[in-house]
Design a protein around this ligand. Structure first.
Ligand SMILES: [Zn+2]
Length: 214
């Protein structure tokens, strides 16, 4: 199924000194061997929190009996998805989300004002747009499959517990500034970390044109 539509990278670049959740470990990528210094190969040591940059939360991140990231069904984050524009500058409200009519089994990516304002700085942005408890309840009621957000957290601890407890997979840390609104094809996979509470991920998407069939 070839296509002339280019993939768009919606993950953020991992690098030393990048923004991270305030209490989480920083990202450090250090070359421990370097051909420029006479070594036969170049090689880096990586040190980072499991929720650095673009990543997926596993249920066990908040639920003692939840499964790890290595048990995530691959199609939770690969396949058809929908990008919706959230205009509220403070929070994702239930009313605004309801207007987009989230559907059962849908993978839904919420493009807020975060995407255009948070990723240009290495400083943590505390007043990012997050999902309200009422909006999280709507996602649970509608039994969506996956929700993606464009900063380092989907919302409060309660929001995490509601979503993860309902079996909804959470992608955090997306940069949706260049993502088209509407139906897309999504490919996003976390590192396969044994019993991991989360995993850094690469995420890409491209628009779906209905003439290609569903
Ligand atoms: Zn996370």
């Amino acid at each position: 199924m070839s296509s002339d539509v280019s993939w768009i990278d919606i993950s953020v670049t991992l690098r030393s000194g990048m923004v991270h959740w305030p209490d989480d470990p920083p990202v450090s990528i250090v070359r421990v061997r370097d051909v420029a210094h006479g070594d036969p190969a170049t090689l880096a040591s990586l040190s980072l929190g499991s929720h650095s940059g673009t990543h997926i939360d596993a249920p066990l991140h908040f639920l003692a009996d939840g499964v790890g990231i290595d048990s995530m069904p691959l199609d939770a984050t690969v396949g058809r998805a929908r990008v919706v524009d959230i205009v509220d500058p403070v929070t994702v409200t239930r009313d605004e989300l309801a207007r987009h009519d989230p559907r059962p089994d849908e993978r839904i990516l919420l493009r807020t004002q975060n995407s255009s304002r948070v990723w240009g700085t290495d400083r943590f942005v505390p007043d990012f747009v997050s999902v309200s408890t009422a909006a999280a309840r709507l996602l649970v009621e509608r039994r969506v499959r996956t929700v993606g957000v464009d900063y380092l957290s989907v919302g409060s601890h309660e929001v995490h517990r509601l979503l993860l407890g309902a079996g909804i997979w959470i992608i955090e840390g997306l940069d949706l500034a260049r993502a088209p609104v509407g139906e897309v094809e999504l490919v996003c996979l976390p590192l396969r970390i044994a019993n991991g509470d989360g995993g850094p991920a690469r995420a890409i998407l491209r628009p779906v044109h209905e003439r290609n069939g569903r």
